[in-house]
Design a protein around this ligand. Structure first.
Ligand code: ZN
Length: 264
């Protein structure tokens, strides 16, 4: 079994990405080129003192809603005002072209952040090192073709209030939640799967590190991987991801509590 729904129109997406990012005040670039396909990214500097947000998607090629939600967020100006943003929309363009989760040659790129066997992930990490940033919050947009509803992996430092529940509350009216007590072999609480930095072992992910884990183990104290249910139509999944993005944007733009320089 596999996802058999609508694929991303990669050519149309690539045409739209640059003007959308430029129009939203980003500078754009590519961090690699493989098999004739570019690996794009975009950066917008923050206002003084404002937080940095990391956004990524398109690492699984059978998950078109993430790239489309990111594109819509740029086109509709839904990203947090003033925040610095680094965005990676197409981490696996060959997989997206083939409409397959894995890269045709390098397998699951989202399990390659320890072994670094693919040029894509090596180039991604080189780009992150060159940017030399720390992020206040990271959001990785995914989909799950086996899921009945939205769910969230929350990887947040102990003692920090997480946004996972707020994201789920925003997505629930749009596409429902995955209420299974165990999701992907992990205990879940009404769609929320929680972990803390330093507690997830590579073996837990079939021997590989996911992008979110790499981010959470040094670059960012609050990483959210959000999963939309592929069984729903594409517009619904995009809208659910946009609702998650809005929760993140609101959290990053609301005034910090007294004695705290950041919302978290
Ligand atoms: Zn995925």
């Amino acid at each position: 079994m596999a996802y058999t729904g609508t694929a991303l129109n990669l050519t149309a997406f690539e045409k739209s990405w640059e003007p959308a990012a430029s129009g939203a005040g980003f500078r754009t670039g590519i961090f690699g080129q493989e098999e004739g396909l570019s690996l794009p990214f975009a950066v917008r500097d923050p206002a003084p003192g404002a937080p940095w947000l990391y956004l990524s998607t398109g690492i699984h090629g059978d998950e078109p809603a993430g790239p489309l939600a990111l594109l819509a967020a740029l086109q509709e100006n839904l990203l947090p005002a003033g925040a610095g943003v680094v965005a990676f929309p197409l981490l696996n363009p060959e997989g997206l072209r083939a409409n397959t989760r894995e890269h045709p040659q390098y397998g699951d790129l989202n399990r390659d952040y320890l072994a670094l066997s693919s040029p894509h992930v090596r180039a991604h990490l080189a780009c992150l090192k060159k940017l030399a940033l720390r992020y206040d919050l990271a959001l990785c947009l995914h989909e799950d073709w086996e899921s009945a509803g939205y769910y969230v992996y929350e990887h947040v430092e102990r003692g920090k209030p997480g946004l996972g529940r707020a994201i789920l509350e925003a997505a629930e009216p749009i596409c429902g939640l995955d209420l299974a007590p165990v999701i992907e072999d992990r205990p879940a609480d009404r769609g929320l799967i929680s972990s803390r930095p330093g507690t997830v072992k590579p073996e837990d992910l079939g021997g590989g590190w996911a992008e979110a884990l790499y981010l959470g183990e040094g670059l960012c104290p609050a990483v959210y991987t959000v999963e939309a249910p592929s069984a729903r139509d594409l517009d619904t999944r995009v809208n659910a991801h946009l609702a998650a993005l809005k929760v993140v944007a609101d959290a990053l733009t609301k005034p910090a509590p007294p004695g705290c320089t950041r919302w978290h």
